[in-house]
Each structure stands twice: as C-alpha cells, then as structure tokens.
Design a protein around this ligand. Structure first.
Ligand SMILES: C[S@@+](CC[C@H](N)C(=O)[O-])C[C@H]1O[C@@H](n2cnc3c(N)ncnc32)[C@H](O)[C@@H]1O
Length: 250
C-alpha cells in the first residue's frame, strides 16, 4: 500500500502528468485539495472513497490514510501544482513515516510555470536574470530569518511570489527600494482555469491595476526585468561556433 502525493498542475486538467492521471484512475481512495484542484482532474476515477481535504484538519487526513493502509488500499493524495511547493506534504510525510506507511511523490506543473506560459515569456534571460526565487508572502506562516522580501530582492533575480495578492501594496513597498518603480510586474490570476486573467504593470502602478481587476486570491506575482524589454544576450547553447557534446564541430 502506498500514498501517492500527486501534483494536479495549476488548474487545466490536461496539465497533470500521465502518471498522475493513471494513479488517480487506479487508486481506490482519493484525498484531494478541493480548494485548488478542479473536480475535472479526478475524471475517470474508480475510487469508492473520495475525500475533499479542504474540509479536514491534518489529523483527520492522516486518519483517512491510516485507515486505507489498514485495508491495504492505495491512496491518491492530490495537491495543486507541484506538491513540493507550499503543499504541506512535509507534515503528512512525517506522520506517514512514523506510521510506517510508504509514499511516493509524483511531480506536477507549478503555478510559476503556468504563469510564465500564459505570459509567453522566459523567466531566465541571459545577462538579465539567471535565477528565479519562488517565495511566498509571510502572513499566516511567518518567513524564516533572512527570507524577508527585502533580503531576497537584493539579488535582483526574478521573483515568483505566492499567496501574496492580498498584501500587494506591502509587497511593493518592500521591493521598491531594490527593483525601482519601473521594474515590470505581472499578476496572474487562476492561470489555466477557464476564468484565468492577468495584468501587467510596474512596481509603480501594479497596485491600482490589480485593484481594478479585483484579484483577491489564487494569483501569482511575478517581478523582474525579464518581464520587460531589457536587451538580453543570446544563450551559448544555440550560438553558432559554440561547440558542445551534441554539436562537436559546431
Ligand atoms: C498553496 S500554494 C500552492 C502552490 C502549488 N503547489 C504550485 O506548485 O504552484 C497556492 C498559491 O499558489 C499560487 N497559485 C496556485 N495555482 C495558481 C494558478 N492557477 N494561477 C496563479 N497562481 C496560482 C497562488 O499564489 C496561490 O495562492
């Protein structure tokens, strides 16, 4: 018996992996994060037990997994995006390990990847930014020392800020001294869902633009010069004259 932590992707049911979909269709027990995982992701399942974890607390989720374990039933534990990011799987894994229950993680498409796809852009442009920091706004869970936005902003890398749209004006205040008012920002709301929407702007004007859209939750804030028209170099990978293993004579 195994608990499979499955990444459902950002919303579009076609953005789950083939493996994740197969496991959802095979597992007799499904526990899914109903606040962010659309029901369509579960289509074709044969499970006798389907539980929406949005209505449960941790001990109740673990009790459901424990019961399935005692009955020898595999569990599909379905999380939004990729389970390794803000999925709260660490605490579930800790309980499973204590109970001697096997688990596996099936990765998923992140909100960050889906948002970049929607915006039609690369988050790592040569000589502009080669680092993407995936972070969150510390509200209910405070940030560890050294991970305040001001600390991260010192790198001038691309930022993907989760769980922060309600605090956008505070986020802007913390980033302005580092990135400047002209730094491009995009806020993507419910990427890949039927009602997806987004707005582009700068640190100087994004607060009013987002207020006009009334995005309140499930939005990703992307910040960085890769979102603008900063000139960038071509990568070495495809540069004529740059020889490598697969193009030895260039
Ligand atoms: C609990 S985190 C889950 C992140 C997810 N595990 C991932 O890999 O993307 C939820 C936050 O991720 C972002 N998010 C999740 N799905 C999104 C989507 N479809 N569009 C935009 N942002 C999304 C929002 O910031 C939301 O508040």
């Amino acid at each position: 018996m195994t608990v499979y932590f499955i990444g459902a992707g950002p919303g579009d049911p076609e953005l789950i992996t083939v493996k994740g979909q197969r496991l959802i269709r095979q597992c007799p027990v499904i526990i899914y994060a109903g606040s962010l995982v659309p029901a369509a992701v579960l289509e074709g399942h044969q499970a006798e037990t389907v539980i929406n974890s949005a209505e449960l607390h941790l001990e109740q989720i673990i009790a459901a997994m424990h019961q399935a374990h005692q009955q020898g039933l595999d569990v599909a534990r379905v999380h939004s995006g990729d389970p390794s990011l803000y999925g709260a799987i660490g605490e579930q894994i800790r309980h499973l390990q204590a109970l001697g229950i096997d688990y596996q993680i099936i990765p998923g498409v992140t909100a960050t990847a889906a948002s970049a796809a929607l915006l039609g852009c690369e988050l790592t442009l040569p000589q502009v930014a080669q680092t993407v920091i995936l972070t969150r706004y510390g509200d209910s869970s405070p940030m560890p020392p050294g991970e305040q936005l001001g600390d991260l902003a010192r790198h001038s890398s691309t930022l993907a800020i989760h769980l922060g749209v309600k605090h956008l004006s505070r986020i802007v205040d913390e980033l302005l001294p580092h990135y400047g008012a002209h730094c491009p920002v995009a806020v993507v709301h419910r990427a890949t869902w039927p009602d997806q929407d987004w707005v582009r702007g700068t640190l100087g004007n994004i607060v009013e633009r987002v207020a006009a859209k009334d995005f309140r939750r499930t939005a990703l804030i992307l910040v960085g010069h890769v979102l603008g028209d900063t000139p960038f170099a071509e990568s070495a990978l495809y540069r004529a004259g740059h020889a490598h293993l697969y193009r030895p004579g260039n």
